[in-house]
Design a protein around this ligand. Structure first.
Ligand SMILES: Nc1ncnc2c1ncn2[C@@H]1O[C@H](COP(=O)(O)OP(=O)(O)OP(=O)(O)O)[C@@H](O)[C@H]1O
Ligand SMILES: [Mg+2]
Length: 425
């Protein structure tokens, strides 16, 4: 029973023990603020002996201005019943005997002993906690300072980076502009070079074409003048006159060709001009054969088939003449001295079809695919003179006339060239 009572309530001995051994300061004051009890921890906290404090006004433990005002605080509480600390508790500053101030937490409650109002206070020293708090605050402040410095450093670095970036971007833009200009320049230079190359190709084309085309009338002139000399000696006026006329018409032909070739626009455009005209095909063939019969080798025979009807055609007479002359001179050149050369001309299905057939050396089968390539010459031509340009020119002329050329050839048997030129309705 006694034991259970002990566990239910605290006796004065136990209370004293708590009071004496408490770590915090326990203090009891009367209604006038006079210290009636203070525990050893409390006296020690403030640096006093217990006996020095008992009977003293509690305000000795407070710094100014609370020291002077403490009596009025108590008075106010007695009058109004409203306390600023009593029943609430708060952090205050305590003052030690040696004058040192220190932070502490005070909680006060009132109680009555033998119907006298008393106050019991518990003061907990906050020095260490405050110091730690201050240290934390200081650390925080230092940290913030460092962060601020770092942030400033960082922002200046970022600013520098941004500036560098902008500078780089500007440099890149400038470089791109320069590059674009250079590319443009390069393109223009390349275009100019290409144009120059084209012009050069055109010029060499022109030179080779001109020299090739001039050769045949020149050789006609040469052979006719030799014959004129011979016939003059014989007194054969008629034949002299005939060859004299051949020289004249060859010179005329040469002049016409010169006019054509030397026209600068034709050269720069790189195009062969087509000047179609109306003419009689029968007359044209007669004239052509008559003009070029002299090219035949002494015992060569010309067999021609030309339209009986003198039909009118609308074509470029000069180009047609060049085409025929090239094919005809090839047939003569690549045939034996007594070979037969056939020339068939006919008009059918709105087109002019001409075949030139010889019984000459022919074109080797494996080389036939190169026939129209510039400067191609068959392996079997050996001592026969030529430049390998004639057929290429023929093809170019036929192209501008929308015509076609085909051939069949067997080595040592003969060759047939067939050209077809459409006739306008
Ligand atoms: N009728 C033909 N018979 C045999 N070979 C031919 C005949 N026509 C052309 N060829 C072959 O084709 C080649 C090219 O002929 P092309 O007329 O282009 O040039 P070329 O006669 O050699 O020289 P040129 O420039 O003086 O005409 C000739 O060298 C020859 O090998
Ligand atoms: Mg030729």
């Amino acid at each position: 029973m006694r034991d259970s009572n002990l566990s239910m309530s605290i006796d004065s001995q136990q209370l004293r023990a708590i009071f004496e051994t408490a770590v915090d300061c326990l203090i009891i004051i009367d209604s006038h603020g006079e210290v009636s009890k203070i525990n050893p921890a409390g006296a020690k906290l403030f640096g006093y002996e217990i006996k020095e404090l008992v009977g003293q006004n509690v305000s000795v433990l407070m710094p100014v201005p609370h020291r002077e005002k403490h009596d009025s605080y108590l008075q106010n509480y007695h009058t109004t019943g409203i306390g600023k600390i009593i029943g609430i508790g708060r952090d205050i500053i305590g003052k030690k005997k040696d004058g040192t101030l220190f932070p502490c937490n005070l909680s006060v409650n009132e109680f009555f002993m033998q119907s006298k109002k008393c106050f019991a206070g518990i003061i907990h020293d906050l020095t260490t906690r405050k110091k730690q708090e201050e240290e934390i605050l200081e650390l925080n402040r230092q940290l913030e300072e460092k962060v601020e410095i770092k942030t400033k450093d960082l922002s200046s670095v970022v600013n520098e980076l941004l500036e560098t970036n902008t500078r780089l971007e500007n440099e890149i833009k400038e470089r791109q502009k320069i590059e674009a200009a250079l590319r443009n320049n390069e393109l223009e230079i390349r275009k100019a070079l290409e144009k120059e190359k084209e012009l050069n190709d055109l010029k060499s084309n022109f030179v080779s074409m001109a020299s090739h085309e001039f050769r045949t009338p020149l050789s006609t002139i040469l052979s006719s003048t030799t014959l004129i000399e011979k016939y003059l000696e014989n007194g054969s006026i008629e034949k002299t006159e005939k060859h004299f006329n051949r020289v004249i018409s060859s010179v005329k032909h040469l002049t016409e060709m010169l006019d054509d070739f030397l026209s600068l626009t034709k050269l720069t455009e790189g195009e062969i001009p087509v000047n179609s005209e109306q003419f009689m095909i029968h007359d044209f063939c007669e004239e052509f054969m008559e003009m070029n019969r002299g090219l035949l080798k002494p015992n060569q025979e010309l067999i021609r088939t030309i339209p009986a009807e003198n039909q009118s055609v609308f074509l470029d007479k000069k180009l047609l003449n060049h085409i025929l002359l090239n094919l005809f001179s090839n047939a003569i050149k690549y045939s034996k001295d007594d070979g037969k050369i056939k020339c068939d001309v006919e008009i059918a299905n709105q087109q002019l079809e001409i075949q030139i057939i010889d019984e000459g050396i022919g074109i080797p089968l494996n080389e036939q695919k190169h026939l129209f390539t510039r400067f191609f010459r068959g392996a079997n031509v050996i001592n026969i003179q030529g430049t390998g340009l004639g057929l290429n020119i023929v093809q170019e002329y036929l192209d501008v006339m929308n015509g076609t050329i085909e051939f069949e050839s067997i080595e040592n048997v003969g060759t047939t060239f067939t050209i077809k030129i459409p006739l306008p309705q």
